[in-house]
Design a protein around this ligand. Structure first.
Ligand code: URA
Length: 209
């Protein structure tokens, strides 16, 4: 499927297996989310443009590269997306962080924005939206709607685990947004959990289950 990248790597496969285990406790879960996000970052940023800069080594001047344009922005969807920041920021220390909070209205079942705090001048920035689970896709679609209202043009979505329902919903609403997954699971169950999945990522990250 166009614009869907399932990142295949032995390290990612084995860490996703560890994270799925129900006996994996909070500290390890958090570390794994961070490590998998770091490993994914390599692929998510593969097509960022670079530009040449002149530098001086201890030996002589030479041409090097830096990432073109304004600093990249990470936008975790609260709250589980927070767990993915550190692993990516370790590799891209200049990245800024915006936050988007979305809840599901009990009556309409529609996602509603409750927080949006973004860096200034978002228009020309590359943005990576972070959410460990791409389940129904409702929160991700809403977060991307919000970013587009701020005129952001270059958006990527990074999730650890997705399912066909979420991918389809996202593509339907935002076909221009590339989705990066560490694993594509079978389906959503009747309670909205990804199967086999890893349970509630927010609860497992923050020890609230
Ligand atoms: N959110 C989660 O944290 N887990 C799921 O399986 C689905 C949505």
């Amino acid at each position: 499927m166009k614009n869907l990248h399932i990142i295949e790597h032995p390290l990612i496969k084995s860490k996703i297996t560890q994270i799925r285990r129900k006996e994996t406790a909070t500290k390890m879960f958090k570390e794994l989310v961070s490590e998998i996000s770091s490993l994914m970052c390599y692929e998510i940023t593969r097509d960022l443009e670079v530009e040449e800069i002149e530098i001086e080594t201890p030996v002589q001047k030479t041409i090097g590269y830096h990432i073109k344009g304004d600093d990249l922005v990470l936008v975790p969807i609260l709250r589980a997306g927070l767990g993915m920041i550190e692993g990516i920021q370790n590799l891209i220390p200049n990245a800024k962080t915006g936050h988007i909070g979305v809840y599901r209205d009990h009556d309409t079942l529609q996602p509603v924005e409750y927080l949006c705090k973004l860096p200034l001048l978002m228009e020309n920035r590359n943005v990576i939206v972070l959410d460990p689970m791409l389940a129904t896709g409702g929160s991700a679609v809403k977060a991307i709607d919000i970013l587009k209202e701020h005129n952001v043009k270059s958006i990527r979505l990074a999730c650890l685990v997705g399912c066909p329902e979420g991918v389809e919903f996202l593509h339907k609403h935002h076909p221009d947004v590339a989705i990066y997954l560490a694993a594509m699971d079978e389906k959503l169950n009747e309670n909205g959990y990804i199967v086999p999945g890893l349970g509630d990522a927010g609860d497992r990250l923050f020890g609230t289950q």
